[in-house]
Write a protein that binds this ligand. Structure first.
Ligand code: SF4
Ligand code: SF4
Ligand code: SF4
Ligand code: FES
Length: 948
């Protein structure tokens, strides 16, 4: 194996149909108009020496190394900044050019410390390469670099160092931070010889605005910005392209290795979701794979108060199977179930639901999408006919107006946010609908045209008010609606939204958003060109989550913003493979491809291939499993890669449900919070240790490639297979590609998908079948999947969760950039330096009323429970609203969230909880009791014996 080498063309690709032909060193080449000479030469394989250019960034023209001669033109222009022209004759290698380039390199080298042999970038340094490329043999001005400014080594960032003495002031880092990441954290301070790269106001990286995305490190041609892991381990020698296991953006990375040690993750330029960019999690936060907390041996125990006992894999699998069989024999076939993981691969997820349906013989299978995007599935299936977003990420480059509702992309989906910000800087308009002043409302060089800071729980009212404006002001795209939608349903909907009670003026009273802001925002979306809507859990995690998704779809259809690039309805999916886990049939009522279990023909297809009759009754959802456990009818569960105790609402109820079961099997990397209630622990494998596929938020199926052997001995799909076999249901796959072949046989939207096809195309977006052999980037192009688009009336029903004298504030929850979800992975990395506790954001007015100062411990209480955490006083939240993250188990914020949920899907109403906040001086009783339980529950007999 060798390092995957990507060609650097020097300047970005120009996208235009028009081409020009020129000659470079006697060879003709045809390229799109506007291409640089440097790129045209590289198309021929001619590498013009360069330092300040890279194809991730627009040309800058500062280093003067890439000079060329052009017939008929005076001087030696820079090839990176000079565009091609028809008939142009270019020479890249003449005596004059050689002399000039050597002169330039002499100046650079005389300013550079000559410690190449001990430099961490030795062998991976463009300055070194260029010295070789121009044939530099002497430096007339000395080597000491004495004049070079050197403010000293900055090691403040946990993942990379900044060594200014090695800087050649090419500005690649500054431009990467601006153009690729959109953070604008870096500047060049000083002039001439005193020029130096400066984070913020000459601060250390860690305390600057830097969000640690790594784009500058990637862009730096020298060791000035370098990964600490490279400094510690050495340069990598082989690499494998794989897919990030954190969020639904699905960034592609080269896992660069030395032997079987991972050296660094480098974003892959050919990755169609990320186009060579990354965020701090995928780029740097992979250390959890080797964290000491990782459990590598299976363990069992009789009671949850017993210490764990390490056992062999054979014993663990046999015990799991016998427990499930025993419990089914005693309490009935439907007394057991399973939860699939949105962090695992499609193939692993498919096997877990197959295990439940075929080996357990019931449909009690569910997934974490229950608690995040199940309303997306319901809402988009109802209106458009498919439970998924309509666009690819590239589409945003053609949007003119972007609505972001209930999402915080700069924290939750950072790489997509960078792509969106780039489009906004280029002129697209932004409307933010969110209770908080999220970063996008105002961030460097981006400002929302309108921010609608609605009260949590009023999404439906506000979206219906926007529709009111569009219909009553004659802004409907009637041609689109007549051609593509059911006109009668539209007419009914139009009459409903036109009612005066749905006007912005009326809705302002419940939502708190000024009527005029709603009117202006609606006009902009309807008339501003290509309108795209991006949304997140602030839409779905409500008692009217499904209604809100439907309201979004109504808006898109009414304005004709569906079925072409630049528009659409785009859920920003949370976990890396939550789209995939839904596609794979993880819901109790649906087989893969969203086909209802009660459909005889679909079931017959699965039964024929699996050789097993399937139950036609939909099974239990996660909350119903827990209810049934408390009622004594549900007794055992297999949970793969999911920490329901921390992630699901109303922790007391989850704990009671788990505690009531006779056998809880947790299959995970770590002894997570749910494992405190488990009887069997099966160690899981990381994404670095297995083959498979993930499907991102754009329906893009991408390969996850094994980088190293599983440290626990087996990939997760092998463990599920072993359980099925031990239960008497035969599974005999030898590679995940065979599982995907089975998925393709059984699922019409995946019919054309195979590992070979993905390997060939790089990735593929479903539907991928005979009609679309290379996949479907944009859906509903010539008609909706369901036939006619369906308008549905969206009556606003206020949540039952109301504020009152006891609980006067509204709590809403969300994520932060550096941590991920329950934090199982990201908490076990240096990312804790940015966020080592959950804080409660509270408006200064509410804080003052309660005598709370910044950093004080406060008690957060609802009718469900109470917890304590520290306060962060900020105007990001409106008066009356408080906000927190849920990444840390010691906070257990879901102790406070309630049992209310979406009417259609049971998705919990995480985003609206009536609470009170009071000063506190210590943990709550629950926190103390839980800490004691967790401490006891994590004891392992082997280590206890060793200690004795
Ligand atoms: S790591 Fe990212 S955010 Fe930080 S300075 Fe570099 S490019 Fe900017
Ligand atoms: S830090 Fe690296 S990328 Fe930035 S100016 Fe210096 S050499 Fe160029
Ligand atoms: S944006 Fe998401 S997929 Fe991309 S690197 Fe970050 S966490 Fe990974
Ligand atoms: S690469 Fe063209 S001027 Fe630096």
């Amino acid at each position: 194996m060798s390092l995957v080498q990507e060609i650097d063309y020097g300047t970005p690709r120009v996208r235009t149909e028009k081409t020009v032909t020129l000659t470079v060193d006697g060879q003709p080449v045809t390229v799109p108009e506007g291409t640089s000479i440097m790129r045209a030469a590289m198309e021929l394989g001619t590498k013009i020496p360069k330092l300040c250019a890279t194809d991730m960034l627009d040309a800058f023209g500062s280093c003067r190394l890439c000079l060329v001669e052009i017939d008929g033109r005076p001087g030696t222009p820079a090839s990176c900044t000079t565009p091609v022209a028809n008939g142009m004759i270019v020479r890249t290698q003449t005596e004059r050019l050689k002399r000039l380039r050597k002169g330039v390199m002499e100046l650079y080298i005389s300013e550079h410390p000559l410690d190449c042999l001990t430099c961490s970038a030795n062998g991976d340094c463009e300055l070194q390469d260029m010295a070789g490329a121009v044939g530099l043999r002497e430096v007339r001005y000395g080597y000491d670099g004495a004049k070079h400014p050197n403010p000293g080594l900055d090691e403040s960032n946990p993942y990379f160092t900044y060594e200014p003495s090695k800087c050649i002031v090419c500005s690649r880092c500054v431009r990467a931070c601006e153009d690729v990441q959109g953070t604008f954290a870096l500047t060049i301070a000083g002039r001439g010889f005193d020029s130096v790269v400066s984070p913020g106001m000459q601060e250390p990286f860690f305390s600057s605005e830097c969000v640690s995305c790594g784009a500058c490190v990637q862009a730096c041609p020298t060791a000035t910005l370098n990964e600490k892991s490279v400094i510690q381990i050495g340069t990598p020698e082989h690499s494998v392209v794989t897919t990030c296991a954190y969020c639904g953006v699905g960034c592609s990375f080269k896992a660069e290795m030395r032997g079987d040690e991972l050296v660094r993750m480098v974003p892959f330029k050919d990755g169609k979701a990320n186009r060579g960019h990354s965020c701090v999690k995928g780029r740097f936060a992979w250390g959890y794979a080797n964290h000491k907390d990782r459990i590598l041996k299976p363990m069992i125990r009789e009671k949850i108060t017993d210490p764990w006992r390490e056992v062999s894999w054979d014993e663990a699998i046999a015990h799991t199977a016998s427990e499930f069989k025993r419990i089914q024999a005693k309490y009935g076939k439907r007394s057991v179930g399973g939860i699939t993981s949105s962090r695992c691969t499609n193939e692993e997820t498919f096997l877990v639901q197959k295990l439940v349906r075929a080996a357990f013989g019931n449909n009690n299978v569910d997934t974490c999408a229950r608690v995040c995007h199940s309303p997306t599935g319901y809402g988009l299936k109802t209106t458009f006919g498919t439970s998924a977003g309509t666009q690819d990420f590239d589409s945003v480059e053609q949007s003119d107006v972007i609505i972001v509702i209930g999402a915080n992309p700069t924290d939750g989906h950072p790489v997509f946010a960078s792509r969106m910000k780039r489009r906004l800087r280029a002129g697209a308009k932004l409307i933010v609908i969110d209770p908080r002043r999220i970063d996008l409302v105002r961030t460097p060089h981006v400002e929302a045209a309108y921010h609608l800071p609605l009260l949590p729980g009023t999404n439906v009212a506000v979206l219906t008010a926007l529709a009111h404006v569009i219909v009553t002001e004659g802004l409907v795209n009637e041609k689109f609606v007549r051609e593509r939608c059911d006109w009668d349903e539209f007419s009914e909907w139009a009459a409903f939204v036109s009612e005066p009670r749905n006007s912005p003026e009326e809705v302002a009273k419940v939502s708190g958003v000024p009527a005029n802001t709603m009117r202006e925002a609606a006009r902009l979306y309807a008339t501003g060109g290509n309108g795209a809507i991006y949304y997140g859990l602030g839409v779905t995690e409500h008692s009217q989550g499904s209604t809100t998704v439907i309201a979004i779809a109504n808006l898109a259809m009414a304005t004709g913003n569906i079925g072409r690039p630049g528009v659409g309805v785009n859920p920003l999916r949370g976990q890396n493979n939550v789209q995939g886990s839904c596609d794979m049939g993880s819901f109790p009522h649906e087989l893969s491809g969203y086909r209802h279990i009660s459909d005889d023909a679909t079931r017959a297809m699965f039964e024929a291939l699996w050789g097993q009759r399937l139950d036609e009754e939909p099974g239990l959802r996660i909350p119903n499993m827990l209810d049934a456990a408390v009622d004594g009818t549900f007794k055992a569960i297999y949970i793969q890669g999911e920490d329901i105790l921390q992630s699901d609402p109303d922790t007391h109820h989850v704990a009671a449900g788990l505690a009531a079961m006779e056998c809880v099997v947790v299959h995970d990397l770590f002894l997570n919070e749910t494992a405190n209630y488990a009887h069997i622990f099966l160690p899981g494998s990381t994404f670095l240790e297995k083959d498979g596929t993930f499907t991102n938020a754009e329906r893009r199926i991408q390969l996850v490639r094994k980088v190293m052997a599983p440290r626990n001995g087996f990939a997760d799909w092998e463990i599920t297979m072993a359980i099925a076999n031990a239960m008497g249901f035969k599974m005999d796959y030898t590679h995940p590609s065979q599982i995907m072949d089975e998925i393709a046989r059984l699922t019409p939207t995946f019919a054309g998908v195979s590992f070979e096809v993905i390997e060939k195309l790089g990735s593929v977006q479903w539907p991928c079948n005979e009609k679309a052999p290379e996949g479907t980037p944009v859906m509903h192009r010539n008609g909706f999947v369901r036939g006619k688009g369906k308008f549905v009336i969206t009556e606003y029903v206020p949540t039952d969760e109301r504020t009152g004298p006891r609980f006067p504030l509204l709590l809403t929850t969300g994520r932060i950039l550096s941590q991920y979800n329950v934090g199982a992975q990201s908490r076990r990395t240096e990312n804790v330096l940015w966020h080592d506790e959950d804080r409660l954001e509270i408006h200064p007015h509410d804080a003052e009323q309660r005598g709370i100062s910044d950093g004080d411990w406060v008690k957060l209480a609802s009718r469900a429970g109470e917890t304590t955490l520290r306060a962060l006083i900020t105007e990001r939240v409106a008066p009356g609203v408080v906000y927190t993250t849920f990444h840390h188990p010691n906070t257990q914020v879901n102790v406070v969230t309630t049992e209310f949920s979406d009417w259609a899907t049971n998705c919990p109403e995480y985003k609206v909880t009536a609470v009170q906040v009071t000063p506190s001086n210590g943990p709550t009783r629950w926190q103390e009791q839980y800490e004691e339980l967790a401490r006891k529950s994590r004891r392992v007999a082997a280590s206890i014996e060793a200690a004795e």
